[in-house]
Write a protein that binds this ligand. Structure first.
Ligand code: HEC
Length: 136
C-alpha cells in the first residue's frame, strides 16, 4: 500500500512539474508563446543590432534598450504563476535577469563592447534552461 501511494505521489509530482514548464498555474499563456512572442524576437532583434559596429543611431540604441528591457521583464514572467519547476530553471532566469540588466546599463552608456559581453552571457541562460527543460 505504501509503495502504491509512493508511486502515485511521484506520478502526480512529475505530471504537475511538467505542466508547470509548459504553462503556469492560472494565467492563459503557454511558455512556448512567451518564448515565440517575447523572448525570441527580442533576443534575435538585439543580436542583429549588436552585429558589426552596433546600433547606428540614437533610435537604434533606444530599440536595443527596449529589447534588453523586454528580456529583463521576461525573466520575471518565467518565474511567475508556479511556472518554475526547479533550480536549473530558477538559475537560468537569474542569468537572464542579471545580464539583461547589465546589457541595459551598457546600452544606456552606448558601450558596445559591454553590451556585447552582457548579451553573450545572457544567451547562456537560453542554452542552460533549454538543455534541461525544452524537449526536442
Ligand atoms: C527558464 C527557462 C528558459 C529560458 C531562460 C529560456 N527558455 Fe526558451 N523555452 C523554454 C521551454 C520550457 C521551452 C519549451 C516550451 C514548450 O514547448 O512547451 C522553450 C522554447 C523556446 C522556443 C520555441 C518556442 C515555440 O514556438 O515553440 C524558442 C524560440 C525559445 N525557447 C527561445 C529562447 C531564447 C532565445 C532564450 C534566451 C534569450 C530562451 N528561450 C530562454 C524555457 C526557457
Amino acid at each position: 500500500m505504501a509503495v502504491v501511494m509512493g508511486v502515485a505521489v511521484v506520478l502526480t509530482f512529475v505530471g504537475s512539474s511538467a505542466a508547470q514548464k509548459t504553462k503556469g498555474k492560472t494565467r492563459a499563456s503557454q511558455t512556448k508563446y512567451l518564448m515565440r512572442g517575447i523572448v525570441q524576437p527580442n533576443c534575435k532583434g538585439l543580436a542583429d543590432l549588436l552585429k558589426d559596429s552596433g546600433p547606428a543611431d540614437d533610435k537604434a540604441w533606444d530599440t536595443a534598450a527596449c529589447q534588453a528591457s523586454c528580456l529583463n521583464e521576461a525573466s520575471y514572467l518565467l518565474m511567475d504563476d508556479g511556472r518554475c519547476p526547479d533550480g536549473v530553471w530558477a538559475g537560468a532566469t537569474k542569468t537572464l535577469r542579471e545580464n539583461s540588466a547589465l546589457a541595459l546599463a551598457a546600452i544606456e552608456k552606448k558601450d558596445l563592447d559591454g553590451t556585447k559581453a552582457a548579451f553573450k552571457s545572457l544567451t547562456g541562460a537560453c542554452a542552460a534552461c533549454h538543455k534541461a527543460h525544452k524537449s526536442k
